[in-house]
Design a protein. Structure first.
Length: 175
């Protein structure tokens, strides 16, 4: 039979749990910002972080590996608080947003690759070419601008009046 009192009583100091949740969230946010945008996939960086942390914190309470149910719920509340706080601060102060939120990074401008962005995102020319083909573009000269979006996807703005085929058929995709 479950021990109802232990289930709904904190097994560790409340402040310690809040500090642990806060430090975990902020450190993982920093680490994920350093990794780059491509690793986030189709979700935003903070979305991935919240899902991972909430799942981990909630699973401890659900599986009984935590000392009590309220321990897990306190961690979940702490993580959700910091997620909302970071979003609110980023909305209020754009400079802070530049630190914690990813921004679109230019990949192509007027058919030319931005090699700095490729290095930063550890992305090869072949990967960019693959993404262009997925957007129905055979020739990078057809691209006015392409961006690595904060969610890891690539957006493409086609060039008006750009040729459909390369002028030199034997020319490499990016030359």
């Amino acid at each position: 039979m479950p021990d109802w009192v232990d289930m709904f009583t904190f097994s560790a100091p409340v402040l310690e749990q809040i500090i642990r949740g806060t430090i975990t969230y902020l450190v993982l946010l920093l680490l994920m910002r350093l990794v780059g945008q491509r690793e986030a996939g189709g979700l935003g960086l903070t979305d991935v972080l919240v899902v991972v942390l909430v799942a981990d914190a909630a699973s401890a309470g659900l599986t009984g590996s935590a000392e009590s149910l309220v321990d897990g719920m306190l961690l979940v509340g702490t993580i959700l608080f910091w997620s909302l706080a970071v979003d609110a601060l980023a909305y209020r102060w754009p400079r802070f947003a530049g630190l914690v939120k990813a921004r679109p990074r230019p990949l192509i401008k007027d058919g030319e690759l931005n090699r700095r962005t490729l290095r930063r995102e550890l992305m090869s020319e072949e990967e960019v070419a693959s993404q262009l083909r997925l957007h129905g573009i055979e020739n990078p000269e057809q691209v006015a601008r392409a961006f690595m979006e904060p969610n890891g996807m690539i957006s493409i703005i086609r060039r008006e009046g750009a040729p459909d085929e390369p002028e030199e058929p034997d020319k490499p995709f990016f030359g």
